[in-house]
Design a binder for this molecule. Structure first.
Ligand code: CP
Ligand code: NVA
Length: 305
């Protein structure tokens, strides 16, 4: 049966570790000029209904490095934008391509696409989650800290797609996870249910970032208004006052605490220029690792083993 990457909730801890280990190997191969054209002759269709820099470039480049080809389909310019049902798009693309990556609004849309496609579907971000980003994030933290289990991951800001995936990914990897968000901006209820599903999970949700940051080994943040929420920008700017990752907050964390941001970043909003630049190497390692983590996902889902 074909497999998909729709959300981290669907993966076991072993699945995540396999992806991270494969990503490390593929990164090594890429850096050392070792051939790894495992997807020779294959095509990935990339559907974008939202903007992107990293996701588009890393998937397209990754597919090329694996010996395959990626094609860009803009939601607006394809028939999807004129209302062609997702179940028909799924069956058409399955006749031409070997995999589909989709960035869209609704998680249900991605699940439906996967249900009707005969080829693997990869979620490149929905309003609910951003699994590829968080696989790259876990890879980056493991690279810098050597382990994940037992580390404390702190997330400051909106309970959005990034928060949802970080909570699930962090807990599955045995990390302690603390989240600080304003009232009314909590993570998805399904994710909060997940945090309560295993008594061994160490999870806390607080209002004050200063309650979430102590003992953190890695601090994550993300924009206050995600793509599609532009109309709420002013209200969100007000609600998120005090949710900025700044030097005073970083003082509370463990020595050597990392900072990660999926990007794009809004300096002076969710993160100060000072903290961003002090951790720029880690943040751009994280951006680079999108390439390697996604190559691992494509290899594991699409290669004819
Ligand atoms: N982090 C991320 O997904 O970036 P893009 O929106 O540029 O793809
Ligand atoms: N939460 C952000 C992530 C961008 C990569 C958004 O959805 O716009």
């Amino acid at each position: 049966m074909k497999k998909d990457l729709l959300k981290l909730l669907d993966l076991s801890a072993e699945d995540i570790i396999t992806i991270l280990n494969t990503a490390d190997q593929l990164k090594y191969s890429q850096k050392h000029g070792i051939a790894h054209d495992y997807l020779k002759g294959q095509t990935l269709a990339m559907i974008f209904e939202k903007n992107s820099t990293r996701t588009r470039v890393s998937f397209e480049t990754g597919m090329y490095q694996l010996g395959g080809h990626a094609l860009f389909l803009s939601g607006k310019e394809s028939q999807i934008g004129r209302g062609e049902p997702i179940q028909d798009t799924a069956r058409v693309l399955s006749r031409y391509c070997d995999g589909i990556m989709i960035r869209t609004f609704s998680q249900e849309g991605v699940e439906k696409l996967a249900q009707y496609a005969d080829i693997p579907v990869i979620n490149g971000l929905t309003d609910f989650c951003h699994p590829c980003q968080v696989l790259a994030d876990l890879m980056t933290v493991r690279e810098h800290k050597a382990v994940l289990e037992g580390l404390k991951l702190c997330y400051i800001g909106d309970g959005n797609n990034m928060a949802n995936s970080l909570i699930v990914g962090g807990l599955k990897m045995g990390m302690e996870v603390s989240v600080a968000c304003p009232e009314g901006y909590e993570p998805d209820p399904a994710v909060l249910d997940f945090t309560r599903s295993d008594p061994s999970f160490k999870f806390s949700l607080c209002r004050d970032p200063r309650d979430a940051a102590p003992r953190a080994d890695v601090v994550f943040t993300d924009v206050w208004a995600s793509m599609g929420m532009e109309a709420e920008k002013a209200a969100r700017e007000k609600a998120f006052q005090g949710y900025c990752v700044d030097a005073a907050l970083m003082e509370l964390t463990n020595p050597g605490c990392m900072v990660q941001h999926c990007l794009p970043a809004h300096r002076g909003e969710e993160i100060t220029e000072e903290v961003f630049e002090a951790h720029a190497t880690e943040i751009f390692d994280e951006a680079e690792n999108r390439l390697h983590a996604q190559k691992a996902v494509m290899y594991l889902l699409m290669a004819k083993h």
